[in-house]
Structure formats: C-alpha cells, structure tokens
Design a binder for this molecule. Structure first.
Ligand code: ADP
Ligand code: ZN
Length: 741
C-alpha cells in the first residue's frame, strides 16, 4: 500500500511512501517520513494500492505520530463527497479541511514547564548547595519563596536546564507541562445580554428548530430549515435561542457568517449572549496567527469550544457532538470558494448536517433561488418572519429616475438627486443619521480622454485603472498594478484627459460642498487599510459622532443602528449590466439588504434608490419588499433558459500568457467534450471570458449546463484526465459557478 504524504512546511510538497505492513494508516493521519537525508513530519492525504509515478521504489514511512487521524470519519466522508462533486483532488480538499497551521508541527500546543518544590531541604543541604552548586541553590531559594512553591522554568534564566534536572532526580522538585492558550480576544470587552421574549412568528420558528435538535429514530436528520425573515425581523434572536437549546442538550453549535470582518455586530451578539460560557466560544478569523489557529482548532476538536463562529472554511471545524449549524445570510456569494476546491460552504453545511446528523438553519431576508427552490420542492422546510421584530414598519422606498436628474443637472455626472439631497439635509437638522451606499461594481473612477476616447487600462488585465485621490495614483483592482496619473492623453497627447464615473472619495467631496456642517465617514477598501478601522468607524457612528456614513458593499451586511432613518443607494442598477444570469438576483438582494439598514429603531425609515433603469423588475420588487413576487418572475426566466436552480451550471476556463494557446487548448477540450456527450448536458461555445485578460493571462471559457451535477463533473473530469495540456496553459473547472467573469 502507498500513502501520499503532504510534507509540513510552506512549500506544500507531496510524495508517495510505502506503508509498512504492521502500520495502520488512513487519510488524515500524521506521520514521520524520510525526505532526502532528513526526516520530516507530514499528513497522509490519500491511501491507495497503486503509485502515481512508478518509476521509483517508494521509501517506507518511518512512524505514525498520532494513533488517531486528525480528520474525523464524518469530515472524511464530506471530503470524499466534495472531491467527487467538484472534481477536485482529495488532496486539495484535505488541505482545506486541515489548515496549514494545524498540520504543521511548529505550531503545536504552546506549553510551559512548571517546577514545583517537593521537599523542604535541610539548612545544611542548602549551605552545601550554595557552595558547590550555586545554580541549584538559586533555583531552590526562588521556588521556596514563590507562591504555591512553583514557578515556570523560564524564570530561572538560561543555562539552568542541567541544574533543574539534577534537582528533579534528587527529588527536590518536580517538573510538569502546562498548556498555555494563545487567546486571540483576551482583552475584548463584552456586555452580556439576556434572551428576549420571542414574538409569535419567532416562537413558531424556534419551536420547529428546537424540536428537530434531537433526531429521533423515526426521523433521523430532519430536513434543513430556510428561515426567510425580512430585515430586522429578529432572525438573530432565533439563532441565539436555538443555539442555547442545542447547548442545553449537551451539543455543539456551528455558526457560519459571510465574512467575519464585515459582520462585527453579528459576531458580538453571539459573544455577548454566550459570554457566561467562558472560553467556550471560538471565532475563526482569517487574521489569526498560526499559533492561535492551531490552539482554536484543538480547542474545538476536544469539545472545549462549543460554539464556533467563522466564515466559509469554518464549515470544516472539527466540532464533536454537532447539534446545530446556522448559515447566516445564506444567499451571500462569499460562501463560494473561488480557488480549488471550489466548494460552496452553504451546500457543504447542508450535506454535513445530513452526515452528522444535526439540525441546520439557513437564514436570509433574500434567500438564494437555489434554497427557495428547495422549499418549493419540499426538500427544505420554510419558516417565515414577515414582520419586523419590534413591530416597526418596513422603510418606505422611493425610486428616483436618474435619466431625468441628469437632464436637470445639465449632463453632469449626477451623483446626488435633489430628492436625496433634501432628505439628507432634513436628517441633519433633526439630528438623525443616514447611510449612503455606492455600488462599487464598475463604478470606480477611471481616466478617459475627451478627444480620442482612450481609457487608462491595466497593462496586465483587461480593465480600466481606478483613480485613487488619497495617493494620486491609478490602481488596477484586479492585480494591484499601480501607475502615476498622466497629465495628458498617452494616446493623442491632448490635455483633455479627465475622470469618468465616481467613487466614494468623489461622493464625500460632493457632500462636503452640499452639506458643509455635516460629519462624514467613509467605509471602503481604501479607508479600511488601517487595522480596526471598520470597528472604530462603526463605534463612532453608533455614538453619533458621525452623521452620514458613506460606503460600498462593506456596509450592506447585518448592521443595526436604531438612529438611522435614511438610506440612499446612489447607483442601484450597475449590477444589472454584467453578463451573469444572477445579475437581477444580486441587484434585488443588494437593494433589499441595504434598504433594511433604515428605520431599525423607534423612528420610521426612508430609502431613496437612484437608478437609470427604474422599471427593472429587481428594483420594483425590492421597492415593495416583495421577495415572493421577485422569486416568481425570476424563476420563470431561469426555467425558460434552464439556468440554476433548474439544473446546474459550470464553467471550464483555460488561461495562458499565449492567447492562441489558451483558445486552442479549450477548442480541443470542446471537441472531446462533444464526443459521447451524455444526454442532458448542454455544452456552450468556446468564448473569450468577459475579463479577457487578467494578471497577464488570456482567458477563454465554456459554459456547461446539466440537470444533474454528477454526470457533468464526471464527463469533464474524464476528458481532462485523457488530455495532456500544454505546460503553459491552466485549465480550471468550476462546478456550480458563481463568478462568470
Ligand atoms: P435580523 O437579524 O432579522 O435582521 P435582528 O435580529 O437584528 O433582525 O433584530 C432586529 C432588532 O429587533 C434587534 O434590535 C433585536 O434585539 C430586536 N428584537 C429581536 N427579537 C425581538 C423581540 N421578540 N421583541 C423585541 N425586539 C426584538
Ligand atoms: Zn491588472
């Protein structure tokens, strides 16, 4: 038998080793193996009876480090499924399940050695030691004076190891190891909260979830719940109380959020509610140090941390006795991983719930049509919260036709409609707060020449460079390329090169002119480069040191500020013009979510949506807070064109620095895919990707559709296996793709 072993260390080397016949080895085991003249530790990725490369005799594995594999049987089952469904190697999946920090021995639990005095030495002994072994004398003197007669060995300074050993062998002291936890949030202050009495809608949802926490013999693993609750309907309170119910049963809870950094309020609410469970809540940030990540992982594995909150990859958290999984904002596309393995964390969560088995709740005000379709088909159970928790009205949404505004403002880039400006002025007079939202996509400021139409583009990617005023530079938002701002057009030499479009910086500029007395703050990637910048600004906003918050996608999620009565969406329809069948769905979700930030307190909320396409269905349905209406018409479109949720959609991309070679390779694959094409699979043409060039690589793609997922993945994988690709061409298969650029 052969084991493929991933060697510890940053270089991610993978080699084959022979498994000695007496050794019991399975995937996820930690082993020690020979590598060149040395030995190294590693993780077994796969066990098989044949060798990938049989031109050499594999060396045997030296030894097994832990008798138990690091991966639990349930997670291994999940790994195999992912590998099969997404067409990714089992190795790549195991790499995702066991983060590098966990695999690497360097990060292993930080322990400190503690010396404890055992005997009270005679004064004569001490006198002897003082003369003959001064180091031993100092150690004992320090120990006897210490509280509880014990001290960490580091206290004695360097060069005392031998002395300690002798004292231990003479029985004067004992040395023990003590785990030290590296606590990433050791100095954070949390104000505890108590459960709120549920309203009738919440009660129904809670009862359904809590009664499914104990899988009975008659119904092992009940179906997933889709909690469709309008913004501010109290979904989070339902999550919190359901989590408590699971803990009360002695189970553990996994909470997935789209992005930890962008959902600080949700994370805090969990920490606050469970603050009495000291050390039992683990938050898996992407900015944990390797050591912290190692510690958190093992705290989870041991069952010490019983509530885990994290983004996408936390779906693999090794919680024992899992009782409940919550996927908040289940529609968010950040749940889809855009690198190998290209899994969707929400779908994996649903699968994990059925494997464990445990209860699962997917929550959103704007569910994905995939999840919605599952409720229609009876696979998921629908729970609804149609009213806001505190009986507040939904905010009033007005749609402003920016085509008319543009005429009024004489063809200028109209940023602020009259209506929105007046509304802002009123809020400032009344001491209320506002949020202005700018749809970032395609609306950054770029430089264009008025004479010849030349646009400053990135030399490595087929996109316009974005102007950043703070450091007077043009920056590529795809690859990070930077250049200086030209004074005249590089193409025709005319001086008429000028800024097109607008960004958050421009909005702030305009606002400062229109509302000179107001206090503004900006939340965008630029402003957030400083650590804790987001938290600081949100805290200032909360304590009303800021009147108007301007931001991009970063402020669309989960924020709750009772004093915000106005939300302006500056450019609502940009998302509609991208070549993506989900464009309408994204626009609907974005407007509904952003609008949901208004009127969340005692005061009524108003939302002003500026758009050039006021009659588009996504905008009209969002205006009426009508998810059902939107879903009905959007599903009809999807059905007609056989787009998801009716079947699956995958993208096969080829990229290379040589344009022709990328195209030719994909053409070859196309021809082979077409031969013996299984029934029910639709194969699209070879087309240039919408983002034709990125990081100096040219990109071509084929879109495939199929009613069933497996036959599609299997067919593509079998063709890929049989085709030798040119060395400088990379081919990527993305099952259930979300990104079509
Ligand atoms: P959602 O997550 O659905 O957007 P939240 O959970 O943020 O909604 O709830 C909105 C507000 O309503 C919060 O301030 C929350 O504390 C409050 N709330 C939730 N449930 C109740 C309830 N049963 N009674 C009164 N207020 C509630
Ligand atoms: Zn670039």
């Amino acid at each position: 038998m052969i084991a493929r072993v991933l060697i510890d260390g940053p270089s991610e080397l993978v080699f084959d080793y022979a498994i000695p016949s007496e050794m019991h080895i399975s995937e996820g085991c930690r082993v020690r193996v020979p590598i060149r003249q040395k030995t190294s530790s590693g993780t077994v990725l796969a066990v098989s009876s044949h060798q990938e490369n049989d031109s050499f005799v594999p060396r045997p594995i030296h030894s097994l480090i832990d008798p138990e594999p690091l991966i639990t049987p349930n997670l291994l089952k999940l790994a195999r499924w992912i590998s099969d469904y997404y067409g990714s190697s089992i190795e790549s999946v195991i790499r995702s399940i066991l983060p590098e920090a966990v695999r690497s021995e360097d990060n292993s639990a930080k322990t400190r050695r503690i010396a404890t005095a055992l005997l009270q030495p005679d004064p004569s002994d001490m006198a002897k030691l003082a003369k003959r072994a001064p180091k031993q004398h100092i150690i004992l003197t320090m120990l006897l004076a210490a509280e509880n007669r014990c001290l960490p060995t580091t206290e004695f300074g360097d060069g005392t190891a031998a002395a300690l050993k002798i004292l231990e062998s003479k029985g004067f002291l004992s040395i023990t190891n003590e785990d030290v936890r590296r606590d990433p949030e050791a100095n954070e202050e949390i104000v505890p909260t108590l459960p709120i009495p549920l309203n009738p809608e919440q009660q129904v949802a809670f009862d359904a979830i809590s009664s499914s926490l104990l899988p009975s013999h008659s119904a092992p693993g009940t179906s997933p719940f889709l909690l469709l609750g309008v913004t501010g309907s109290g979904k989070t309170e339902v999550y919190l109380q359901s989590a408590q119910a699971a803990l009360d049963l002695g189970k553990t809870v996994l909470v997935l959020v789209p992005e930890i950094a962008l959902t600080p309020q949700t994370v805090r609410r969990f920490k606050a509610r469970f603050s009495h469970l000291t050390d039992q809540v683990a938050v898996l940030h992407s900015n944990l140090s390797q050591g912290e990540r190692f510690d958190e992982w093992h705290r989870i594995r041991k069952g010490t941390a019983r509530i885990v909150i994290g983004a996408r990859s936390a779906v693999f958290a090794p919680l024992p006795q899992l009782g409940l999984i919550i996927v908040d904002e289940e529609h968010e596309s950040t749940y889809k991983q855009e690198n190998v393995p290209r899994y969707h964390a929400r779908d994996i969560a649903v699968l994990r719930a059925s494997i464990e088995p445990c209860a699962i709740v997917l929550g959103s005000a704007t569910p994905s049509l995939e999840s919605w379709q599952n409720t229609v088909a009876g696979k998921y159970q629908l729970l609804r919260l149609d009213k806001r928790a505190d009986s507040q009205a939904m905010p009033l949404v007005r749609v402003i036709d920016m085509r008319i505004e543009k005429q009024k403002q004489k063809g200028q880039v109209a940023i602020l409609s009259d209506r929105l400006r007046t509304a802002l002025e009123q809020r400032i007079q009344k001491g209320e707060q506002s949020i202005l939202f700018l749809n970032r996509r395609g609306f950054a400021r770029s430089l264009q020449c008025h004479s010849c139409g030349y646009t400053c583009e990135c030399p490595h990617c087929a996109v316009a460079l974005t102007y950043h005023r703070s450091d007077e530079r043009l920056i590529c938002h795809v690859c990070g390329y930077q250049s200086i701002v030209p004074r005249s057009c590089p193409e025709c030499d005319q001086a008429g090169i000028a800024l097109q479009g607008f960004g958050t910086q421009k909005v702030e500029e305009v606002l400062q002119k229109v509302l000179p007395d107001a206090r503004f703050a900006r939340i965008d990637a630029d402003a957030m480069r400083r650590k804790n910048a987001l938290r600081d600004i949100l805290n200032k906003f909360k304590s009303h040191k800021i009147d108007v918050l301007i931001g991009t996608q970063m402020i669309a999620k989960g924020l709750h500020f009772p004093n915000v009565t106005l939300v302006g969406i500056l450019n609502a329809d940009i998302g509609l013009h991208v070549p993506d069948f989900r464009a309408g769905e994204r626009t609907f979700q974005l407007i509904t979510q952003v609008a949901g930030r208004a009127g969340r307190g005692e005061l009524e909320g108003e939302v002003i949506v500026q758009t050039f396409t006021p009659h588009s269905p996504s905008i009209q349905f969002a205006r009426k807070h009508d998810f059902d209406g939107f879903a009905e018409q959007e599903m009809e479109m999807r059905r007609q064109f056989r787009f998801p949720p009716y079947g699956h959609c995958a993208v096969l991309t080829a990229r290379s620095t040589h344009e022709r070679r990328a195209e030719f390779t994909l053409q070859t694959l196309f021809t082979r895919l077409k031969e013996n094409l299984p029934q029910g699979i639709t194969l699209g043409e070879v087309l240039p990707s919408p983002l034709i060039k990125s990081h100096d690589q040219f990109r071509f793609q084929i879109t495939l559709r199929s009613l069933k997922a497996r036959p599609l993945t299997n067919h593509v994988q079998s063709v890929l296996k049989k085709t030798t690709l040119p060395e400088d061409v990379t081919v990527v298969f993305d099952m259930d793709a979300y990104n079509f650029s």
